[in-house]
Design a protein around this ligand. Structure first.
Ligand SMILES: Nc1nc2c(ncn2[C@@H]2O[C@H](COP(=O)(O)OP(=O)(O)OP(=O)(O)O)[C@@H](O)[C@H]2O)c(=O)[nH]1
Length: 313
């Protein structure tokens, strides 16, 4: 085709991708994460390490004579972070550490309720007659579940809570403070956890869909082989080979948080921000919210069907 004919037949709809990009960039993206796990496992620290900024306060003590502090209620903090003109509105929900009471029965209920409440709020906004063009999304896209680095097995409470959570949210398990395990212990612990997840029929994110191409299926498979991510968090920088890096310094050495030889923090960060951010958001809408929505609408319909019958009695 000559240049002239091409110019005559060119309509210009291929610019739709730039138009979408422009609109999305203007609006920005919303990502909501919840952190769940026993008290003091480094939840706040890890979040601050992942997003390379101080987003939530760690409750750790700086001196041994300071009183013990801990997160005592579900707290959501919002931040806008910008990278190369892309605006990410980040909502982080910190939950009180649980499982340290004598009776832990039902200690997960407030967390599940919080997640369902966000679905419910979204559904209400969706169903209003004059609904907003853009609904503020507070639905939780990812739940980072912190496992105690015991090196033995999952605690019964971990199994119960992960099972319940996986029914309403994308659960990503992490072995907290993995610097307390040797490499062999870490590998054995990971295998044990994966076996227990399968044995207890806990289906964790990522899920394969029919739409996934070969590359995505392969990527998900790689992630499944790493999960649970054995991580180390730190808000402090240490000097290694003259370079300042995020790390933890002990008497016997230094853990470089961002070194894949030391821990799997970088795998987790890449997974959350580079490879699966959009998929976590989509899966929340298409799987978890959709399941909630259809259940609610069915209940509404059944309620409406029963009402006239009741009023006739
Ligand atoms: N060794 C080690 N210590 C860590 C790690 N991450 C955090 N810590 C330390 O553990 C302590 C508790 O960390 P936090 O981030 O406040 O823990 P949390 O889970 O948010 O605590 P709650 O909000 O009370 O449940 C702090 O002193 C941190 O410096 C880690 O990967 N390894």
């Amino acid at each position: 085709m000559s240049e002239e004919i091409r110019a005559q037949t060119y309509v210009g709809f291929d610019s739709i991708t730039q138009q979408i990009e422009h609109k999305l960039l203007k609006r920005g993206f919303q990502f909501n994460v919840i952190v769940v796990g026993q008290t003091g496992l480094g939840k706040s620290t890890l979040i601050n390490t992942i997003f390379a900024s101080h987003l939530i306060d760690s409750k750790g003590r700086f001196a041994s004579d300071e009183p013990v502090r801990q997160t005592t209620e579900i707290q959501a903090v919002s931040h806008v972070i910008v990278e190369n003109g892309v605006k990410l509105r980040l909502n982080i929900v910190d939950t009180p550490g649980y499982g340290d009471q004598i009776n832990n029965e039902g200690c997960w209920d407030p967390i599940i309720k919080y997640i369902k409440d966000q679905h419910s709020a979204y559904l209400r906004k969706e169903l209003t007659a004059m609904r907003d063009r853009y609904i503020q999304d507070t639905r939780i896209h990812c739940c980072l579940y912190f496992i105690n680095p015991t090196g033995h097995a999952l605690r019964p409470i971990d199994v119960i809570v992960m099972k319940k959570l996986s029914e309403v949210v994308n659960v990503v398990p992490v072995i907290a403070k993995s610097d307390s395990l040797t490499l062999e212990e870490r590998d054995r612990f990971k295998v044990k956890i994966r076996d227990e997840l399968i044995y207890n029929n806990i289906r964790l994110y990522p899920f394969d869909t029919d739409e996934d191409d070969e590359e995505e299926v392969q990527l998900n498979e790689t992630i499944r082989q790493i999960i649970p991510f054995a991580v180390v968090g730190s808000e402090n920088n240490v000097i290694i080979d003259g370079k300042s890096v995020r790390g933890r310094k002990n008497r016997w050495g230094v853990v470089n948080v961002e070194d894949a030889e030391h821990c799997e923090f970088m795998h987790l960060r890449n997974f959350l921000t580079r490879t699966h951010l959009q998929d976590l958001i989509e899966t929340t809408a298409q799987i978890h919210y959709e399941a909630f929505r259809s259940k609610q609408l069915l209940a509404l319909k059944e309620g409406a069907n029963q009402r006239p019958a009741a009023s006739q009695q």
